[in-house]
Design a protein around this ligand. Structure first.
Ligand SMILES: Cc1cc2nc3c(=O)[nH]c(=O)nc-3n(C[C@H](O)[C@H](O)[C@H](O)COP(=O)(O)OP(=O)(O)OC[C@H]3O[C@@H](n4cnc5c(N)ncnc54)[C@H](O)[C@@H]3O)c2cc1C
Length: 375
């Protein structure tokens, strides 16, 4: 028997759905409370590295991810002119039988994971969140904003970087700005573009793209943070086209395709790391609710997926929720996540300082070594 019979997961994003699938498949009664009434995810793409793919395989969705995403094994470093400066072979951090990377559309990944959770038996309450949590030795009494109430053996806060569960626990760690922000766009994949290429010169701190399917890619431009929220859509498009005009090679085709302002997304890079432990009694935080990093190593979702896999393994492999379970969770997660958050922030500092001694490939290689070890 597992350590818990019933679990409430607050937040039906990448991490919440992965955890829900693993627990429900292991015989736990799982409910997901997702605040959005419409569960559809919008947005561009995501870079899933091997260690994320390893968890997605455990969750049972790897065949769908392989079918709907775009796998590749290398990465190019290019100058803003399009010239190839370095041809890097990425480490297969999920093991030799998984590609180093899959680029995927975020809406597609969200659909695959939410369908998996429902198929595994998780019950989803859309348009709902928790109002109060009262913990005791053996469970958690929860009231919801729709007036209902229930007791669970465990509550998981998987409700993202601005976690409401984190606030309800009285943990006053909040996201911090890093000084950089990113424009992300979806575009058509030009023939021949078959992996990520990154530029560290030109008008932006980073310009890159990642194929997400046979027909699609997402491209990104990272700039010093400024408030773009009030900028009219048409002006946003002009800004992105102007920044993109500093890049050539495949960028010439990508830029020509940027005509629809609705495909633009502007997001600040933020970070957050809740000190251990991530639980208060039988309420625990996972994913961005517990830790978030700027995507300079493309490891944010990967770390959250690993949280889900480790927590599910511990809960399904124990017969009670003891302090030793939480100690094991901290032991297996905290140092690894901190190394990724610190590494991601180091790259931001290098970029903001325009540091010519920065060793991004060296740091990326060290993190790849670390995350190649199973979590
Ligand atoms: C610009 C950018 C690029 C990134 N690129 C990559 C990348 O290439 N590769 C990578 O691995 N990672 C990347 N990341 C990180 C990745 O997106 C996150 O780590 C990941 O989405 C976190 O998943 P999550 O499930 O913890 O949180 P989320 O995906 O934020 O999901 C949280 C869910 O909780 C719901 N919710 C929120 N509040 C409540 C509430 N009060 N009650 C109930 N439900 C609630 C939300 O609606 C949502 O469905 C990137 C992040 C950013 C910002």
């Amino acid at each position: 028997m597992a350590a818990v019979e019933s679990t409430l997961i607050v937040g039906g994003g990448t991490v919440g759905c992965a955890l829900a699938t693993l627990l429900a498949a292991g015989g736990v009664e799982v409910e997901i409370a997702e605040i959005r009434q419409d569960w559809t995810v919008h947005g561009s793409g995501i870079t899933l590295q091997g260690n994320a793919l390893r968890v997605l395989r455990q969750v049972g969705v790897w065949p769908r991810v392989r079918e709907l995403g775009f796998p590749f094994d290398g990465m190019g470093i290019r100058s803003h002119t399009g010239e190839l400066l370095a041809d890097l072979t990425d480490q297969r951090t999920g093991g030799p039988d998984l590609p180093a990377t899959v680029g995927m559309s975020r809406p597609r990944l969200a659909t695959v994971l939410s369908e998996a959770a429902v198929q595994a038996g998780a019950v989803v309450r859309l348009g709902t969140t928790v109002e109060t949590l009262r913990r005791d030795e053996s469970g958690v009494d929860v009231t919801f904003d729709d007036g209902t109430a229930r007791r669970y053996d465990l509550v998981v806060g998987a409700d993202g970087i601005r976690s409401h569960v984190r606030s309800l626990l009285g943990i006053d760690v909040v996201p911090q700005p890093t000084g950089l922000s990113i424009w992300r766009v979806q575009a058509r994949r030009p023939p021949g573009l078959e992996r990520t290429d990154i530029c560290y010169d030109g008008p932006c701190h980073i310009a890159g793209y990642c194929p997400t399917g046979e027909e699609t890619l997402y491209a990104y431009l990272v700039e010093r943070s400024q408030d773009r929220t009030r900028m009219p859509r048409a002006e946003q498009l002009q800004t992105v086209r102007r920044l993109a005009s500093g890049y050539h090679g495949f960028w010439d085709e990508i830029r020509d395709d940027l005509t629809d302002p609705s495909v633009l997304n502007h997001t600040a890079f933020e970070h957050l790391l809740v000190p251990p432990p991530w639980n208060r009694g039988r309420v625990v935080l996972v994913g961005d609710a517990a830790h978030a990093c700027p995507p300079t190593l493309a490891q944010g979702a990967a770390m959250g997926l690993e949280d889900a896999a480790v927590l599910a393994e511990l809960l399904l492999g124990s017969d009670r929720v003891a302090e030793s379970l939480w100690a094991a969770f901290t032991e297996r997660r905290f140092a690894r996540v901190r190394a990724v958050v610190d590494g991601s922030l180091q790259i931001v500092r290098w970029l903001l300082g325009d540091d010519t001694d920065a060793d991004v490939p060296g740091l990326t290689g060290r993190v790849a070594e670390l995350v190649s070890e199973p979590a």
